[in-house]
Design a protein around this ligand. Sequence first.
Ligand code: G6P
Ligand code: MG
Length: 217
Amino acid sequence: NKKAFIFDLDGVIVDTAKYHFLAWQKIAKELNIDFTLEHNELLKGVSRVRSLDIILELGNVEASQEDKDKWLIQKNEDYLTYLVDMNESEILPGVFTILKFLKEKNQPIALGSASKNARPILEKTGILSYFNVVVDGNDVTNAKPDPEVFLIAAKLLNISPENAIVFEDSVAGVQAANTGKMTSVGIGEESILQEAKYIFKDFTEIDTDFIEELIKE
Ligand code: G6P
Ligand code: MG
């Protein structure tokens, strides 16, 4: 059976979670909402709009749509300033090796991200050409844990969901992969990603034998 390999972006390929956190923290501070790194886990894999709602809920803050729109713009403008100097050095350890191996093995590769900034990040880090398809926050109506983003990616690659393997660092993303009947590979802490079929701390812990097994399965 032909396989497809679908990568989440933030927290899997690049460590942008820290930038998202800094940008959200600024907004939270302005609103006097206590927003910690632990809270930030809740925002991983989650859309921008939903992220703001979660932060407002944390602080029991009600806001008008007008204010929300203003903060969403402010958050993204701030976030983009962190991306200006981004280059290939921000690709997380081990990722490049796996991408190269998959390419050598002629495996279809997709990006499946909630971010609307996915393409510029892939361009800046120089890995856009590795991806046969890019599905991101601009292409979906339902955010993770809904499997839509991964289902679209599999469909564009002409691979049935059962033959798709998803690399994810977020709980919402692992749930999306599982709901979509795909093989979920969690990248991060075991305590957070228990629902994933396989879990690795990072890509340096994934060896090419494991990938080979997934291809053969
Ligand atoms: C990813 C990140 C989230 C982020 C979302 C939207 O899933 O894990 O933290 O909120 O993308 O990103 P964007 O770049 O569109 O604001
Ligand atoms: Mg992620």
